[in-house]
Design a protein around this ligand. Structure first.
Ligand code: FES
Length: 356
């Protein structure tokens, strides 16, 4: 990586301007836009820093950049065609580069450090656990945001989305849905029951994923443990009596991989407008008793919410990268704009290991 950076580096001063922060900073030769932003205290959204999560996605308005690794590994074709880049993989080529980032909710608190311990675990499916941590004090966050969790045995903090709706006075107990990652140090410890009484360091909140204000139809798609941020967003919207039609599609492999169905039913019953819940199974045995939808969850958006004006709908997606890319393709195909599609790509150690 260092060799590539030095190849792309040049002597002329390069400046980057970031909207909507109004920040301007110099990018030293060989540094990425994100590295220089963070050194200059610019709150550029980021997470993995290695080009896998999409958190540092921004729209290139002026200037050209070189990519350390192909943006297409993480961004969809539609996003690349629309001028989106990844700041953690972008080295500016021109004297001035202007980009625009999706900003966090305007009421998102600044991240703080907390400590905590796991006080409860629950098996949601054969490979997804819900964990509840008791923190040293209440944390405030916006529905859809995530926390960085770390304990002494792991080198790198893991990012997990809050699964509960936030409380006005903060939450001292917070829950996360955690999918088992083969050979993932954290989840191996968790699923082996080795994390009881282990002290965690938590930094939160982070992330720009949140419900944008409006009354137009919203299409939500969750896959795997990507249910957590959407449960937080939808439960908060239910409590706030948000009045907008909502289709919620939940993609899983088999019926045994569906979870939180009772909580989803309660959200559906308390929703202030039309609410359609559609679970979609991709690998359910053909001879099972399942009567619901089968196939790829992203192919069912028009079935879930027929007859709406797609140009004004908003998309909210959380799940694995392949599902998000397919969802962006389906949503733009029916007329939704990229600017109205918001997502949280769930990457884990296995995705990082596959990076070139
Ligand atoms: S921080 Fe750039 S892709 Fe994750």
């Amino acid at each position: 990586m260092g060799f590539l950076k030095s190849l792309f580096g040049a002597k002329e001063a390069k400046f980057v301007e970031v909207a909507p922060f109004g920040a301007r900073y110099e990018v030293p030769s060989g540094e990425t836009m994100l590295e220089a932003a963070l050194k200059n205290g610019v709150p550029f959204p980021h997470n993995c820093t290695v080009g896998t999560c999409g958190s540092c996605k921004c729209k290139l308005k002026t200037g050209r950049v070189s990519a350390l690794t192909d943006f297409g590994y993480t961004l969809s074709q539609q996003e690349i065609a629309a001028g989106f880049i990844l700041a953690c993989q972008a080295i500016p080529k021109d004297p001035l580069t202007q980009v625009e980032v999706e900003s966090a909710a305007s009421d998102a608190p600044k991240p703080e450090q907390y400590t905590g311990k796991i006080v409860a675990t629950e098996d949601l499916t054969h490979d997804i656990k819900k964990i509840t941590l008791e923190l040293d004090r209440p944390v405030n966050f916006v529905a859809g945001q995530y926390a960085n969790l770390k304990y002494p045995n792991i080198r790198r903090a893991r990012n997990y989305s809050f699964a509960d709706a936030p409380d006005r006075d903060g939450r001292q107990q917070v829950s996360f849905y955690i999918r088992k990652v083969p050979k993932g140090a954290f989840t191996e410890d968790l699923f082996a029951g080795r994390l009881t009484d282990v002290p965690f360091d938590i930094e939160a909140p982070h992330g720009a994923f949140h419900l944008h204000p409006g009354s137009t139809p919203m299409i939500c798609i969750a896959g795997g443990s990507g249910l957590a941020p959407l449960m937080s967003v939808l439960e908060k919207a239910r409590k706030d009596r948000v009045k907008r039609p909502c289709a919620f599609l939940f993609g899983a492999r088999t019926e045994a991989d569906l979870y939180c169905l009772e909580q989803i039913r309660q959200i559906e019953q308390g929703w202030a407008d039309k609410f359609v819940f559609m679970p979609v199974l991709s690998h359910e045995p053909a001879d099972s008793a399942w009567k619901g939808a089968r196939g790829l969850v992203t192919q069912f958006i028009t079935d879930a919410m027929p007859g709406i004006n797609w140009a004004e709908a908003e998309g909210y997606m959380c799940g694995p990268p392949g599902m998000i890319d397919a969802g962006i393709a389906s949503m733009t195909e029916v007329g939704m704009t990229l600017e109205s599609i918001f997502y949280d790509k769930f990457t884990d150690e296995s995705h990082i290991a596959k990076m070139p």
